[in-house]
Design a protein around this ligand. Structure first.
Ligand code: NDP
Length: 332
């Protein structure tokens, strides 16, 4: 059955400008790190992509090595694009990244060499079946490669028309400012930074957000739910179908479910209830409370999780008392 996007897809979603660029991103963006490899059925992946787009999520975030196996998330999403989303290409922002290990030998082991970055982008475009990605990232800072070389590769990607915008992920504030300056020299703005951020992990508040504001860059945060820990799913044991039990379960481990952590999560869950939200919803609203955060990525293993997460947008404001109560439970 062919897919027709919902005619209501833009009714509820909100969009923010990405830094001082002209590009708007939805407050929630869909991340394909987990559950889009070959270990998840294509039917399930389709359902999740359709659900997201029908709710106004126009941004889909990938990387060369998302799977398992590496590359398969791009291949699978490429197939969904071709078969279902082709008429909507100009309504979509599709991103990919290069930075971590990808193929054998000295040129595929990740990092930031021009050789690796540009070859990886070509491979990603082939898997996705696209002429260009909307955003292409350096996935990590590589201390063994001159930053000028990595940024020159990003600038080339734009000049060749293979990426509309570029960004960096998990760069320190100082390296972010340096990267932005280098790109400016090539007249290519650095659109966006992709850092981790959630109630338990607040490193971006120590300088990165200020740097992004100064540079006019947007911010797309990842692991707002601490990979599922910031939800009610682990409060009564570990559900069979959760990430922690799956092969390639990311960095979420049993150790994160310590009695101390679970007590904090339980207390946060009570605060969320007083707001009329689930904890997952409150965790998403919390990262979006700072307007310098353009959008937050969500990972999901079911369409129901996507629907629940989008409903977080119905209550984004926080009282001072709520923020203080959250800090008491969650701040290190
Ligand atoms: P999240 O913190 O969003 O965790 C997602 C997981 O949380 C889901 O897989 C699901 O777990 C659980 N979950 C989601 N919604 C709910 C809900 N409503 N109730 C209960 N549980 C829920 O982060 P991810 O680790 O998935 O990362 C999101 C995206 O960020 C990635 O896909 C990727 O695009 C990006 N990313 C980028 C990185 C980088 O270096 N640039 C690094 C990591 C991520 P379960 O599967 O157990 O159901």
């Amino acid at each position: 059955m062919s897919y027709h996007a919902s005619s209501k897809r833009y009714d509820e979603m909100q969009y923010r400008f990405c830094g001082r660029s002209g590009l708007k991103l939805p407050l929630l963006s869909m991340g394909l790190w987990h559950n889009f490899g070959d270990t998840t059925s294509l039917a399930r992946q389709r359902e999740m992509v359709h659900t997201a787009f029908d709710l106004g999520i126009t941004h889909f975030d990938l990387a060369n090595n998302y799977g398992p196996p590496y590359g398969s998330a791009e291949t699978n999403f490429g197939r969904i694009l071709k078969e279902d989303l082709r008429p909507y290409r100009d309504e979509l922002i599709i991103s990919s990244k290069a930075g971590w290990d990808m193929w054998p030998g000295p040129y595929g082991q990740g990092g930031g060499s021009r050789k690796y970055v540009l070859a990886s982008l070509d491979q990603s475009l082939q898997r996705l079946g696209l002429d260009y990605v909307d955003i292409f990232y350096s996935h990590r800072f590589d201390p063994e490669t001159p930053l000028e070389e990595t940024m020159s590769a990003l600038a080339t990607a734009v000049q060749q028309g293979k990426a509309l915008y570029v960004g960096v992920s998990s760069y320190s504030p100082a390296k972010t400012a340096e990267a932005a300056q280098l790109l400016r020299d090539w007249k290519v703005p650095c659109l966006i930074h992709q850092p981790s951020y959630n109630m338990f992990n607040r490193w971006i508040e120590d300088g990165l957000l200020d740097t992004l504001e100064q540079e006019g860059m947007g911010c797309i945060t990842f692991t707002a739910l601490a990979q599922g820990l910031l939800s009610d799913k682990y409060l009564n044991g570990v559900p069979q179908d959760s990430r922690i039990n799956r092969e390639g379960g990311g960095s979420l481990q049993q150790a994160h479910l310590s009695p101390e952590n679970l007590a904090r999560v339980r207390a946060l869950n009570e605060i969320a209830k007083t707001r009329g939200q689930s904890l997952a919803q409150m965790a998403l609203a919390w990262v979006l409370r700072d307007p310098r955060v353009t959008t937050t990525l969500i990972g999901a293993s079911s369409p129901a999780q996507i629907r629940e997460n989008v409903a977080a947008l119905q209550r984004l404001d926080f009282t001072t008392e709520e923020l203080a109560a959250i800090d008491e439970q969650a701040k290190e």
